[in-house]
Design a protein around this ligand. Structure first.
Ligand code: PPS
Length: 290
C-alpha cells in the first residue's frame, strides 16, 4: 500500500511532467531539424522560368488552385491518385524528406508547386507566383477545424484564436504572411487572387490565370473546368485532394494495400528457394532453443 500511494502521489506526477517536458523539448528539436532540412532543400532547389508556385497561408484555397492549374495544364484529366502527384507540396516534401530537390528535376514543365512559405522564403527565380488570400477570420475558423481534425488540437476555438492572433500556429502569423505577399501584388511575376473571387467569379479568375501563365486554353473548356473545380466535385472525390492521403502517398504508402489478398500458402510462392531455406533454418534454431 505504501508503494502504490507513493506511485500515485509522487512518481506519476513526476513522470507526467517529465514526459510533458521531454515532449516539448523533442517537439522543439523536431521543428528546428525540419527548418534546417527545409532550408538546405531550398538551397538545392533549382528554379526554372516555367515554374508556377501556388502560394497561400494554410486553409486559403490552395487545393482548389492546384486543381485549377491541373485542369488548365492538362486536357481535363482527373485520373490521378492524388493532386500532390501533379503539384507537390514544396515545403512539406523538403522539410519531411518526402522528396528532395533533385526529385523535382524529373517533373515536366511547367512544374506547379504548392507552398505556404512567406515571401522571404519562397525560391526566387524567373518563375511565376500565384498567391491566394482568404479573409483572415475565415482562415482562422478553417485552420481551427484542421488543427482539431488533423493535429489532435484539444482546445476550443477561443484557445485556438488566441494562438492564431499571436502567430503561434504552423506558418506563423496570417497578418505577416498576407502583408508580406501583398507588398508584391503588383510585381510582374505575381498574380494576387482572393479566395472570395474564386468562389464568386471563377470564370474571370480562370482567364486571369490563363493570361498570367500564358497558357493556351479555350473558353470552350470552361464548363468542364468549373464543374471539376467545384466544391461539390472535389468533396465527392476528397481522397484525391486530402491532406492525409497526400502525405501517405508521398511517404510511399499505398492505397488499398491493407486488406491485401487474404490467401493461404502465398508465402511459399513468393519466397525464393534460398529464402525458404533461411526461414526453415531460423525456425529450427528457434525450436531447439525453446
Ligand atoms: S490546405 O490545408 O492549406 O492545403 O487547405 P486549402 O486547400 O488552402 O484550404 C482549404 C479550404 O478550402 C476549401 N475548399 C474549397 N472551397 C471552394 N471550392 C472548392 N473546390 C474547394 N476545395 C477546398 C476547403 O473546404 C477549406 O475551407 P473550409 O472553410 O475549411 O471549408
Amino acid at each position: 500500500m505504501f508503494s502504490k500511494n507513493l506511485l500515485n502521489k509522487v512518481t506519476l506526477p513526476v513522470l507526467k511532467h517529465g514526459g510533458d517536458l521531454l515532449r516539448r523539448m523533442i517537439g522543439f528539436q523536431t521543428e528546428a531539424l525540419q527548418w534546417i532540412d527545409l532550408s538546405s532543400g531550398l538551397m538545392e532547389f533549382v528554379p526554372r522560368p516555367e515554374d508556377i508556385f501556388i502560394v497561400t497561408y494554410p486553409r486559403s484555397g490552395t487545393t482548389l488552385m492546384q486543381m485549377v492549374l491541373h485542369q488548365l495544364t492538362t486536357d481535363g484529366n482527373v485520373e490521378f491518385a492524388h493532386i500532390s502527384e501533379f503539384s507537390p507540396f514544396l515545403d512539406r516534401s523538403l522539410a519531411h524528406h518526402l522528396q528532395s530537390a533533385s526529385d523535382f528535376e524529373d517533373l515536366p514543365n511547367p512544374r506547379v508547386f504548392k507552398s505556404h512559405l512567406g515571401y522571404p522564403f519562397i525560391p526566387k527565380g524567373a518563375g511565376r507566383y500565384i498567391y491566394v488570400e482568404r479573409d483572415g477570420k475565415d482562415v482562422a475558423v478553417s485552420y481551427f477545424h484542421f488543427y482539431q481534425s488533423h493535429l489532435g488540437f484539444q482546445g476550443n476555438f477561443s484557445d485556438f484564436f488566441d494562438l492564431f492572433l499571436r502567430g503561434k500556429v504552423m506558418y506563423g502569423s496570417w497578418f505577416e504572411h498576407a502583408a508580406g505577399w501583398r507588398i508584391h501584388q503588383k510585381d510582374n511575376n505575381v498574380l494576387y487572387l482572393q479566395y472570395a473571387d474564386l468562389k464568386q467569379d471563377m470564370e474571370a479568375c480562370l482567364q486571369q490565370i490563363i493570361d498570367f501563365c500564358q497558357l493556351n486554353v479555350s473558353q470552350q473548356r470552361f464548363p468542364q473546368i468549373l464543374e471539376q473545380c467545384s466544391f461539390e466535385y472535389m468533396k465527392q472525390n476528397e481522397d484525391k485532394f486530402d491532406h492525409i492521403t497526400g502525405m501517405m502517398l508521398e511517404k510511399g504508402y499505398q492505397k488499398s494495400a491493407f486488406i491485401r489478398s487474404g490467401k493461404m500458402s502465398s508465402g511459399k510462392d513468393y519466397l525464393t528457394k534460398s529464402q525458404i531455406t533461411q526461414f526453415d533454418q531460423a525456425l529450427t534454431k528457434y525450436s531447439l532453443s525453446h
